[in-house]
Design a protein around this ligand. Structure first.
Ligand code: N2P
Length: 375
């Protein structure tokens, strides 16, 4: 990810500002002091909403969704009533192309200047000129383990070279079943990872590759003890030592570790960076086209983009933020942890999901449904 030269950036910025002045309607505050936010569970600091409400007098209604698939279905149906939604960037691309989001009024977002130009350039590939979405936090889908329990369960078997073996290879998974293996309940993340694991293109369109991945998954299915979405209790299960390996989201594993320490029952939870690659995600804020309170939504986005606020999200939930001015407010232990801010080599090894065409999406969904039901 190379930052754009700053002169080019300010030229583009200037152009955009000029256009915004020409086309934006007179500034009008939303009549109702309400903001409806739809986000992933366990993805915000305990004081974020409270502070925003106090400062603006806007009441925040905050709901959680389980997966991109769930959010996408709602957005397609329309009239969600939400002012802010937070899809993963690969789903956001589809949603932008489908005209489901309102363009941002950048004149209301002075804190956009705080964003890391490298991340903005990355997102511009799916949202030309960064017109619709702003990154909330980012992280990766990977293997998390309870190191003590895994060691014990494996006995004489050494840790595999590729951490994905723990959950994809019967030789390992069969040993871990007794202490619990959880998979995320999301086809769009598990299937590309599984494809890459068996040496196929994670974005393959070839039905034979999906057949091969289905067979690999079928062999490991008897050892998977649960499927979990965001907002399910898999974080608490990890924190209680009831799971020894998960296909999970990076920060969630650390949230569990933190909870276990606070409960004075510390678990040796670790976020691994597997050899065949984790899956990188950027979760982005967007305003649905029919949002009832778009002005309040802009206020929210600009508030989140304050360096202290963005840093406080990272400090609370262990996911990286896209805010270059926020780094100095991030706890040093997190700022220097490659499982929170992966280095360039780790980033280079990660899978970046793309938008699949409809036929491929059907293959992905069918392969995953069969996996879950053991077919
Ligand atoms: C929820 C984290 C969700 C990130 N704690 C997955 N996009």
């Amino acid at each position: 990810m190379k930052p754009l030269p700053s002169r080019a950036m300010s030229f583009i910025g200037g152009l955009l500002a000029a256009t915004a002045l020409l086309v934006s309607a007179p500034v009008r505050a939303d009549k109702e002091k309400v903001l409806n936010v739809y986000n992933w569970a366990d993805y915000i600091a305990s004081d974020t909403i409270k502070n925003f409400e106090k400062e603006t007098g806007i009441k925040v209604r905050y709901d959680n969704f389980d997966s991109n698939e769930v959010l996408h279905a709602k957005l397609i149906a329309g009239r969600t009533g939400y002012d802010i939604v937070v899809p993963g960037s690969h789903f956001a691309k589809m949603q932008i192309e489908g005209g489901l989001f309102m363009p941002l009024d950048k004149s209301k977002l002075p804190n956009l200047k705080n964003l890391d130009p490298a991340i903005q350039a990355q997102l511009a590939k799916l949202d030309p000129r960064n017109e619709h979405v702003v990154d909330w936090l980012w992280g990766f889908t990977t293997v998390g383990i309870n190191a003590d329990k895994v060691k014990k369960a494996l006995g004489n078997l050494p840790m595999p070279d590729n951490a994905w073996d723990l959950v994809f290879k019967p030789e390992y998974a069969s040993k871990l079943k007794g202490c619990g293996i959880s998979f995320l309940d999301t086809s769009s993340e598990v299937i590309p990872i599984a494809l890459k694991y068996i040496g196929k293109d994670p974005r393959s369109k070839n039905p034979d590759d999906y057949k091969a991945v289905g067979e690999m998954l079928k062999a490991v299915r008897p050892y998977v003890t649960r499927f979990a979405g965001s907002g399910s209790d898999y974080i608490d299960q990890m924190a209680r030592g009831e799971l020894c390996a998960v296909v999970g989201w990076s920060g969630d594993v650390y949230i569990a570790k933190d909870r276990s320490a606070k409960a004075k029952q510390p678990q040796a939870l670790e976020v691994l960076l597997p050899k065949s690659g984790a899956l990188l995600f950027f979760d982005v804020m967007a305003i649905p086209k029919d949002a009832p309170h778009p002005d309040n939504a802009h206020k929210w986005i600009d508030y989140i983009l304050r360096p202290e606020v963005h840093a406080s999200l990272t400090n609370a939930v262990f996911y990286a933020n896209p805010n270059k001015e926020a780094r100095r407010f991030v706890k040093p232990a997190l700022a220097n942890d490659p499982a929170v801010f992966p280095d360039a080599a780790a980033l280079g090894s990660m899978i970046t999901p793309d938008v699949a065409d409809q036929a491929t999406r059907r293959l992905i969904t069918r392969t995953f449904t069969n996996f879950k039901s053991g077919r």
